[in-house]
Design a protein around this ligand. Structure first.
Ligand SMILES: [Mn+2]
Length: 365
């Protein structure tokens, strides 16, 4: 899938991170990073990046695809298994320190690689490899907007199934089908359709439960388009909700708005979490908001920055794309979450998801 993306520039940017990582080369195996730095959309492959040349390794299942997707300046080398990759790296005698992704390369391969390339030293550099992806350029924002549009179209084409008697899985299947019909590659993640008491499960992946009259239904959905993911959550009501539910819904709705209004470059990720969390607490609910405020997204559904009390990601910067998704959960009773995706620009935030989640719009009676 050819696009206007300048992969040479991305690889050059990555090479500029080699000195501070104290490495001569990086080994990339994580599919989202392979995609970001080369355009390759498959898996079971490795990219060895160094300032003088980059080599791409994969097996016979993917060589044709790799040749079609990857820029010519990267050498394509067919390998037969991880051992073969190790031998190829060892042949490259100029490498003394090799950076690899400690969060993705499995422990077995890490140990095997270290043994095979000795005396070259293997170093953990996951954060460096993911850092260029923190800031999305205009082309990426276009793809993210398209992923949002596909998902929103899919939801609106599926809402006729939001009625008593339908199974959660019927809704999830229809949304996923509509995502593909509308040009998406697939759903961005196993879709969450959590109805009635299951709405208290923050990650209640669609089950066989049938909707009952008057149920509430949390739908957390997104599409993957050209590798980019969208993410948002709507909580619907099949009847006018009880006052207690209305109260919590409006607290979450206002808390999200408060967070969005605070967005600006230099706001700390933890600070954003605190602002949203305080707004929910001020409404009388704190332990019920049992997860982080949000997460970055792009080539992965969850990536940096993390918006949570323990975030290590520092401050928000222009180009970052992330969710704000406060929720309250009352086990075995009910739960509500409201999630939208935001893009921070130098001029302020843009909301990428477009469904207006005002309570009145969520009542489908
Ligand atoms: Mn999310």
């Amino acid at each position: 899938m050819k696009t206007d993306i300048n992969y040479t520039e991305r690889l050059n940017r990555l090479c500029r991170l080699l000195p501070e990582a104290e490495c001569d080369a990086f080994l990339i195996d994580h599919p989202a990073n392979l995609n970001y730095f080369t355009g390759y959309s498959g898996d079971s492959a490795f990219l060895l990046v160094s300032p003088d040349k980059s080599s791409f390794f994969t097996d016979g299942r993917y060589t044709t695809q790799a040749a079609a997707e990857i820029p010519h300046r990267i050498d394509l080398i067919q390998i037969n298994g991880f051992q073969d990759l190790c031998h190829n790296i060892k042949k490259n005698s100029t490498i003394e320190f090799l950076g690899a992704d400690e969060n993705k390369l499995c422990a077995g391969n890490w140990l095997k690689l270290q043994r095979e390339i000795n005396p070259c030293e293997l170093k953990p550099v996951s954060a460096s490899l993911c850092r260029p992806r923190l800031h999305k350029n205009a082309e990426e924002i276009k793809l993210l907007r398209q992923a949002v549009a596909i998902a929103e179209q899919a939801l609106s084409s599926s809402l006729n199934l939001l009625q008593p008697g339908m199974r959660e899985s019927d809704l999830a299947a229809e949304i996923e089908y509509q995502i593909r019909l509308n040009g998406g590659e697939r759903a961005a993640f196993p879709l969450i359709v959590a109805s009635g008491p299951r709405s208290a499960l923050p990650h209640g992946v669609a089950s066989q439960r049938r909707l009952s009259p008057g149920d509430m239904v949390t739908i957390d959905f997104g599409a993957c388009y050209k590798g980019y993911h969208s993410d948002q959550t709507c909580t619907f009501f099949l009847k006018e909700p009880e006052p207690e539910l209305q109260k919590v819904y409006n607290i979450l709705y206002e808390a999200q708005k408060t967070g969005a209004a605070a967005l600006s470059p230099d706001l700390g990720c933890r600070e954003l979490d605190r602002i949203v969390r305080n707004a929910v607490s001020a409404g009388g609910f704190s332990k019920e908001f049992s997860h982080g405020t949000g997460h970055g997204l792009g080539l992965e559904i969850h990536e940096a920055p993390s918006i949570s009390p323990k975030s290590q990601d520092g401050k928000l910067e222009p180009g970052m794309v992330f969710t704000i998704e406060p929720g309250c959960y009352f086990p075995n009773r009910w739960g509500i979450r409201i999630e939208d995706t935001f893009h921070l620009t130098a001029a302020g935030p843009e909301k990428l998801t477009t469904i207006d989640k005002n309570l009145a719009n969520m009542i489908i009676a």
